[in-house]
Structures are given as C-alpha cells and as structure tokens.
Design a protein. Structure first.
Lengths: 231, 263
C-alpha cells in the first residue's frame, strides 16, 4: 500500500514549485531522473553549475551524501526558527536529528575527500517552517525516503565496509522515521504500518531514480546521477 | 496459499509437525505463487538471487535460518505478551500489535524464502522468554516486557547489520535483509519511546537486559574516519548517529539464555 499521505504531499509540493518556478525545477527534475536516458553525456557535462555524482562506488556514496545534505540543511533551518508551539520533546527530537544528519554529512565529506560532491543548493519554498504540520510531514517524507534510498542502494555497493557503514546509518534513519511518525500520530501504528512496511514485513526500498524524483523539488543544483551503477 | 494460511502454517509449533506438513502439502502450488509475488522476485532461479545461492545455497539458507531464529523468538514473544490479559495497556496496544504483526510476517517471509532457495527452515528451537530466570516477570510486569522487547529489537538490528555483508552476492536476499533490518530499527525506536527513552542509543548506555547488546555503540570511527576529529557535533550525538553491527557469536551470546534446552 502506498503512503498516500506523503505521496499526495509530494505531489502538492511539486506542483506548487512548478507553478512558481517551472523552468528551473523542470530542469532539475529532468536532469536528476531521466536525462541520462534522453541526453547524450556531453550535454550533461556541459550543463553549467551541475554536479556529477561520479561513477561506481563513489556515485553511490555521493548519492547518499546528497540526501544527507538535504536532511541536514532542513533540520538546521527547522531549529533556526522553531515553529510556534514546539514542545520540549519535539525540540529534543528535532535537535538530535539535526545533529545526526550533520554527523552523516561530516562523515561523507571526510570519507569521500576530493571525490565528494560540493555543497548543494536547496529550495525550501515548499516548506512552511512556522507550521508544525508542514515541518513534521516534510521530515516524515525525508526520513522514510532516506530509509528507502539506503535499502535500495545497498545492493549497488561492492565494498562490504561501505555496506556496513550504510547499515549503521540506515537504522538510525529508521529510528528517526519512527519517532517523527509518532510525533504526528502518537502511539499509533503508522511508524511501522502498511504505509511503510509491506505484507511481508519489509520496509521501503527504492531505486535511486525514484528517490531522486521525490527529492528533486527541493534540490536546485542540477545533479547528474547517470554514473550510478545499475542494479 | 494466501497470507492467512501462511500465517497459520507458521504459527504451527514444533509439536504440530503433522499439521505443518499437511498445510505445506496443501499449499505447495500456492507457495510458488507466493514466491513469484515476493517483492524483488525472491524465488529460486531469479537472476537477483545471484551467486551466493547458486554457489553456496547452504550458506545462504544458514544466514536466513539464523535470522529466522531471532524472528521466531520475537514473533512468539509478542504473541504471548498480547494474549496475556492485562499486560499491554490499551494506550500502547496499537504499537505493540503492529510490531508483533511485522515480526510474524518476517517469520513467514524468511520461512518462504528459505524454502524458495531449496533450504530447510529450522523451526526446532523453542524459547524460554524469561531467559532461564533472567527476566522472571516478563509477562507479568509490562515494564519488564518492554525492556526485554527493546533488548530483543536492538539485538536484531545489530544482528542483521552484521550479517548483511554475507548476503552481498545475492542482491535480492541482501535487499530483503536490509528491509527487515530497518523495520526493526523503527520498532526499537518506538519501544524506547514507550519506556521514556530517546529513540536512539547514546554512547553505549545499557538500557536493556544485556550489556553485549550495547557494547561498542559509542564508536565514532567509521571506515577509518574518526568523526570526533572532523565534526563539531557532540560526542553523544556522534554515537547516536551510527548504529553498530554485532557478530553472530555475540548475538548468540545474548540470545542463548532465552533458548530452551532440548529435554
């Protein structure tokens, strides 16, 4: 069963952004998702201001690095101007998650060194940082998407050490996801319910192309992900 | 065979051998359908099953049987807890029921998967959820129940993390294991919350019944990167941001008191 809430939310976000800035985001979306199949490589390489994830193992790690950057900046902004009525539990949770996501970006930056992508530019116009629901539903989408991204990318990795590190991170993302679900639906079942866990008890997993499509509305910097290994 | 029949099949205890065999026989044709329907094509012969199963089906089945042991224990643990009158309060019931449901599904999935790759699901192990007296009031005292539930789930997260590299030659099995792994991460975060703890592990604080379950969690060096030297984030948060794997031997040391010795 699809997570209809977040799917609807993402659609709303995406159409909102398209209305506001069609050209820019349409460009980013195309680059991130389908360009590899439609355009010759030279066109991608020539695109000004674009970022390539690289190839092979590096591309997979840079893909994770990009998602962690997205999350880290989001929670940094959340805690820079906390929404009205943020209670002490929410403050603790969101501050901790911010620090965890920054730690993840610090890891990838150090581990990838000169192969790492630079700092990406994001667009937050779809998020109302003053509004609890807007912030927490965005957080839920990012955490669930993060879990699905790591679960889907594990099989693209070739180095067991990288797989273990991805595993060290994804279970923390899963913890985040569950707690954010609980903030939105206290002591409900959505943290591990049919929206995220299927009939076989399996959590979300998504291919990079699906993930990039989901996050494209938030990413300004064109990303060339054509060097990612194919499953 | 539909999911309910599968659940019925899997709830057949080790003493119900006849019933299990009858159910298996009846569902043999259905089993193929279930296998074909599995996400990412978990069925023998699928390309995604890969080298591991092709070259070493015994090893693949062995890893999955290790996972099955943990899942059978968890599934039974929640089943007994939820069936014990007055144990799980109404306020927490939706959470515990959802976790229990997922664990039972993991049992079904792994059993189906092991069968699908030509292995034999090991359902012989029986459990003593008191850990031979370690947690005598586990089904009488909700706090003990939650604390052991948390310990079990944390151990499960670390166990899958430790086993993942052994499944790398089989993309399908690896992805399935990763998807179970993160579901256990979701479970444990909520169980911790129900106990008034943060959803994540700070340093290596033993908040469960077994120090091994938290051993090494304060590590901040990953892949040769010592995060303390490259990050401004507090040491506590650095340790929370990464979960650590456990070896199979470590996991068995945690779990063995909860395994009933053969009579």
């Amino acid at each position: 069963m699809p997570d209809t809430d977040s799917a609807a939310q993402i659609d709303a976000v995406r159409s909102g952004i398209r209305r506001r800035s069609l050209f820019k985001f349409a460009g980013a979306t195309v680059l991130a998702t389908t360009a590899a199949g439609l355009l010759p490589r030279s066109v991608l390489a020539q695109r000004p201001g674009g970022v390539s994830l690289g190839t092979g193992e590096t591309a997979v790690l840079n893909y994770a690095f990009a998602l962690e950057q997205l999350e880290a900046e989001f929670y940094t902004l959340v805690m820079k101007s906390p929404y009205a009525g943020m209670n002490s539990r929410e403050r603790q949770v969101l501050t901790d998650i911010r620090d965890h996501e920054i730690a993840h970006t610090d890891f990838y930056r150090a581990a990838l060194g000169s192969s790492g992508i630079p700092k990406l530019q994001f667009n937050w116009s779809a998020v109302n940082f003053g509004d609890r629901t807007s912030v927490l539903t965005t957080a839920r989408t990012f955490e669930d998407t993060g879990v699905s991204a790591y679960n889907g990318a594990g099989q693209l990795l070739r180095d067991p050490q990288h797989l273990t590190i991805a595993g060290k991170i994804v279970s923390v993302e899963a913890r985040h996801a569950a707690i954010i679900h609980d903030l939105l639906e206290p002591r409900g079942s959505s943290f591990a319910g049919p929206g995220v866990i299927d009939d076989f008890g399996l959590d979300l997993a998504a291919r990079p192309s699906e993930v990039m499509k989901k996050v494209a509305p938030f990413i300004v910097t064109p990303i060339d992900s054509s060097g990612l290994p194919k499953a | 065979m539909n999911t309910n029949e599968l659940l019925d099949l899997m709830s057949a205890g080790p003493r119900d051998v006849d019933r299990r065999d009858a159910l298996l026989k009846a569902g043999k044709a259905g089993l193929q359908i279930v296998l074909a329907a599995l996400p990412l094509g978990l069925a023998a012969g699928c390309a995604g099953i890969g080298k591991l199963v092709a070259n070493d089906p015994k090893r693949a089945a062995d890893v999955l049987n290790f996972a099955l042991l943990l899942e059978r224990r968890e599934s039974e643990f929640y089943k007994i807890g939820l069936e014990t009158p007055g144990l799980v309060p109404a306020s927490d019931r939706a959470v515990i029921e959802q976790i229990g449901r997922n664990e039972t599904r993991h049992v079904v999935f792994l059993t189906t998967g092991i069968t699908g790759i030509g292995g034999v699901p090991d359902t012989s192990t029986q459990f003593d959820h008191t850990g031979a007296g370690k947690v005598p009031d586990v089904f009488r005292n909700y706090r003990s129940f939650l604390k052991l539930a948390q310990t079990n789930e944390e151990t499960g997260v670390r166990a899958y993390k430790g086993q993942a590299p052994f499944l790398m030659d089989s993309p399908t099995l690896l992805t399935a294991a990763l998807r179970i792994h993160s579901s256990e991460g979701r479970h444990v975060a909520l169980l911790r919350h129900l106990r008034g703890l943060k959803g994540w592990i700070s340093e290596s604080q033993d908040t469960g019944y077994s120090p091994i379950t938290y051993q090494g969690e304060s590590n901040v060096t990953h892949g040769g990167v010592n995060l303390s030297s490259v990050s401004k984030i507090s040491h506590r948060a650095l340790t929370e941001a990464f979960d650590e794997p456990l070896t199979r031997a470590q996991v068995m040391a945690v779990v063995s008191p909860f395994i009933r010795k053969a009579a």
